[in-house]
Design a protein around this ligand. Sequence first.
Ligand code: FSX
Length: 453
Amino acid sequence: MADRQTRSPVREPRTPAQELLDELGPVTQFHDMSHMGAFGMPSGAMTEDMLSPVATASSPTRFGPLEKVHAFWFAGASCDGCSVAVTGASTPSLESLLLGAHPGLPRVVLHHPVLNVESGAHYLRPAEQAIAGELDAPYVVILEGSIMDELVANAAGGYWSSQGEEPWGPNGELRPVTATEWVARLAPNSAAMIAIGTCATWGGIPSAEGNPTGAMSLMDFLGKDYRSVLGVPVVNVPGCPPIGDNFNETVAAVLYFLQGFGPLPEFDELGRPAWLFGETVHRNCVRGAYYEEGSFAKEFGDPECLVEIGCWGPVVNCNITSRGAINHVGGCMNAGGACIGCTMPGFPDKFTPFYKRPPGSMASTTVSRMVGSVIRPLRKFSNNNLNREVRWDRQGATPSAFSREKSEPSALSHASHKFYDTLRRSSDTARNDADVWGKRDEAPSGGSPPHRA
Ligand code: FSX
């Protein structure tokens, strides 16, 4: 029997990122910038050159060691909705992060394939420097869209999604470099790897049943043992699309950590910002009280709870109902839409068919209907009473022309509220012996009651 000591060590399975790099091999050669013209740009100007005079003007407000942090943005299989969400965010805004406007925060130098003004080799140069270890500041990598399995495409002689070309071909020829490859090469020395949107965080729509790309999340690609150079696991900000404010706020929180101003913000076991995804949609839903009273919408446009026409809010982690979609406005249920679970790892396969009643909701809505059938009339009863001044009760009339057609409360209604009032007053520990309560008994003429001693 083989001795324990002499057994060959158990090899950890390679992650998809490691397998890709095993296949592609290391790279050492980059664009020769001395031969590069100012392609598409006046005099090769860079976005950073344009912004830094303004951004660095606020440098005295920075107290930490970092003056700036590079952020490399890559797009895998995505619709670019994440980019749209982030550019529309306001708390904090992308502009304020780029301009270093937040006291204590380093300014962010963003390398975004759509937003930056430079292109071609000029655009790729900072990423090359990061791979070569020559970048002038730490960097983080942001991925929108899912990682597609480029080994599958490679075997067929193609690629799924590329971002620029590098001289990494067999004899130094230019070849397309996929977003997947950039992410794999930059991950080991990144200060943080941040996935934005459900495609990047869990695989999302591109990884749905039947997809041919092997689409996966950033977490699946890098593996459970991945840690950034600062020890940070993959950070996930889901949503399809995500709430831009959720993302920018998380980036700001991570930057405060990198700057040494605080501990790493709290993330849950899936790398989501715990303070943003700890509650379900339903708990802060503007329609939640309808559920409690057993009132359900029958069709879109109805104001009640949307569960019976396909809303998964009670079992979905998302803060859209409290934060809104943009500028604290809008968001699915606020705007009349049912939750289809777009922030969840099980999305979309576990939530289809969309806009059909979730089977699990049957039991809870039945109970809620039963309770609601008792609670609703009782509340209506109290609500009617509370919509009357005490003086109107005493006078037996409401001095509003709008209520002319409305009948006054019945004797039964008077009696039951008298009982209710007695019950309520019995819990008043500061009550005195006098048989008075507010202006009810003290101002028979209808004038103001005297001050109670
Ligand atoms: Fe995915 Fe981003 Fe859904 Fe789109 O780009 S999270 S498809 S709404 O927004 O990647």
